[in-house]
Ligand binder design. Sequence first.
Ligand code: SF4
Length: 633
Amino acid sequence: MTSIWTQLEPLLARVQKPARYIGCEDGAQAPEHRSDKVSWLLAYPDAYEIGLPNQGLQILYEILNERTDAVAERTYAPWTDLEALLRAHGLPLFSVDTHRPAGEFDVLAFNLSAELVYTNVLNCIDLAGVPVRAAARDPEHPLIGAGGHCTYNPEPLADFLDFAVLGDGEEVVAEITGVVGAWKRAGRASRADVLLDLARITGVYVPSLYDVDYHADGTIASVSPRHPDVPAVVEKRTIADLADWPYPKNQLVPLTEVVHDRLNVEVFRGCTRGCRFCQAGMITRPVRERPADQVRHMITSGLKRTGYDEVALTSLSTADFSGIERVVADTAGEDNVSVSLPSLRVDAFTVGIAAQIQKARRTGLTFAPEAGSWRMRQVINKLITEDDLYGAVESAYSQGWRRMKLYFLTGLPTETDEDTLGIAELARRCVEIGRRYHKGASVTISVGGFVPKPFTPFQWFGQNTVAELTRKVNLLRDALRRDKGVQLKWHDPKATLIEGLASRGDRRLGPVIEQVWRRGGVFQEWSEHFDLELWDTAMSDHGLSTDWYVHRHRTEGEVLPWDHISAGLHKDFLWQDWRDALAEVGLPDCRWTPCYDCGACTGYGIEHIVASATPPAGGSQGTGQLVFLSGAR
Ligand code: SF4
């Protein structure tokens, strides 16, 4: 295996951001490749500055490189300028660590965090010199795998992936390495053999080993395994205790600007708040907190090693971490270190936390009320009252913040114009509160179109059309026209449409994704590259209806494209939760109330790991007090 650096280097002078491709970050590795080691190329199918901070990829990079039987390097989707040069000079996709050709690795594994990167996946496979369709690959080609949240519905990529991993990757990568290593030692004879062995590993799904039959109306009749050893339902992997996995130990420090450019320390995994729109919360249950001492150690050693002066405590809802105030106080006590809490629930954000995190330097503050009315928040089970929100906002303004961001969704089930306009009202009130403390206080409202996701209670809901989402955004725009303290931003409803198509699509979308890619549709999550016409043409060329896939309400009995995948959640629990949503009935957090048997713990014999038996101070949820009181404020 040889580096292509000498051919690549002259081309880098001709691209926009050469630093995307040179590697050499602090924390980067140059592992020794040997024929008795399984070589992994971990790929993030988006630009370097989006992919580099990805913690999942960095964790696996370290875990694999610590093994004696594996090596791991990284790659990111080359931007269109470099792609054109690579193709013109006959050069392949390469690793950024040692600039080896991607096609020479044993495994090319993609991190799938968003659906709009699917065409980039095909582009990377093709640039690696590998046939994009799994069926056309030979034994000498790398195995093409994927992990990340999108693999809970891997069906749109079924034609292109050899395997997909469901759930936490820390343990399963060792088992995959074992299978691939044995296959290499046996002479790499047949691809079918290694795929069957991979399918026997819990948490690994091999799409080509399943047949899908359809009813005349287009819905799925059945999904059946082609081999007796292949499970009818593929279960996700869950690591029981985060304390056993203190990764990344050597977070990468980039040489160029990237998103989330700071030390990131994961404080817990999983969430049981039960927000009904939130796929991440549902599929990562149960909650597993990292011990506070380990968090402190990771912060101290990480800051020392990297030289960062900002640390983000990451999770799906960081203020829920037991003893959060103590950890924040200890960290903010270090010289000039600022703490950011990227996912804050307003009902757990207290004056105490605000006071601590503003000690060094005030980082940006973002809250996600998600909906503008209490009625709507009951439907989505985001059980924060207006008092919770105004209390949090007041805590922040009183501690010196002058502006903050508020995230909302529109297009939610049962949403009325009154609910949508409630967003404007909340924003106005927040500015009013802020102006009690600062003359120029302001808020930025960011509104995204709601996309129903697999393994959520909203998986049966027909997504709002582009016209309807646009109308709702315009409603808000008009309502806020004269409010100088409120800035409104929104996500393009056309991109929301295609995200919806890919997130609940089935394997018949494979040729559509391939056509969009073949006609130049890459970097579709970037507004300057997104092209709805390419998708519309591909859907109609293949006789498929976007309306049928995206806007149709599903019925209880319909076989969903991901029913042969399991996130542990019982389908009847999700259905009941959907009915409760329509009835505006909330469901409390099971960390602090009796288990309602969603399946995530009971099915796998694991439990929540939390240090505190009581919900965080200041919250309205967890106590169950307000949860069932329709109309409560
Ligand atoms: S199984 Fe019970 S305790 Fe575990 S996440 Fe589901 S409801 Fe909560």
